[in-house]
Design a protein around this ligand. Structure first.
Ligand SMILES: Cc1cc2nc3c(=O)[nH]c(=O)nc-3n(C[C@H](O)[C@H](O)[C@H](O)COP(=O)(O)OP(=O)(O)OC[C@H]3O[C@@H](n4cnc5c(N)ncnc54)[C@H](O)[C@@H]3O)c2cc1C
Length: 168
């Protein structure tokens, strides 16, 4: 079976407020994929159905690889990071932001995140808003293609209706 990739959501080297040497717990976030097959029938994705049907205590076989292309030099002076993502594409960046927070890095971050609305489809909304609120050198733009429920516009958090390409 062809392998599927999933990004790790958490900072795997930090747990319960402590840095740890090895990675013991990983969190994944996925959307149950569905599509129309050649007969025009609705079909669920193979691996997301599998993941969706797992229950606590189940064992799975997987492999983990670290992406060395991301956050190459976080300790450089005045590091800057531009993040552009949509949907579950936010997942690896939640992990990176967690690392930045846990290591108390001063990285200047500008983030654009496209979701359908700023509630149900805005994954990790609370974490993102807490992270960016009053982080003086950084900001997040939540771009909602459909509805804005919360209209959160605080220092560092800008919510607006529309599409990424317009915001950029
Ligand atoms: C680097 C990377 C990171 C990723 N991270 C995440 C993540 O964090 N979270 C996440 O949700 N996803 C992530 N993805 C996407 C993920 O890897 C899967 O592609 C996605 O979850 C769908 O997998 P699936 O097995 O459920 O769907 P599949 O069963 O593989 O179906 C995918 C597509 O294949 C075609 N297809 C399959 N079977 C048939 C059939 N019988 N007839 C016709 N067409 C068919 C359809 O077009 C369908 O839309 C990531 C991908 C990459 C490359």
């Amino acid at each position: 079976m062809r392998q599927r990739y999933y990004s790790i959501v958490n900072d795997p080297y930090f747990e319960n407020g402590k840095k740890q040497d090895d990675c013991r717990k990983i969190k994944l976030c996925f959307t149950l994929h569905h599509f129309s097959n050649s007969k025009g029938e609705r079909q669920n994705g193979l691996s997301t159905s599998y993941l969706n049907n797992l229950t606590i205590g189940d064992k799975i076989t997987c492999s983990i690889s670290q992406n060395t292309r991301v956050l190459k030099n976080p300790t450089s002076p005045n590091p800057k990071l531009l993040i552009i993502c949509m949907g579950t594409g936010v997942v690896p960046f939640v992990s990176i932001l967690s690392q930045i927070k846990n290591l108390a890095l001063e990285t200047q971050i500008t983030m654009f995140y496209q979701c359908r609305d700023d509630s149900r489809t805005c994954y990790y909304r609370k974490f993102l808003i807490d992270f960016f609120t009053d982080r003086s050198n950084s900001s997040i733009h939540l771009i909602c293609s459909r509805d804005i429920a919360h209209n959160t516009n605080t220092s560092g958090v800008i919510t607006r209706k529309g599409y990424l390409k317009e915001a950029l």
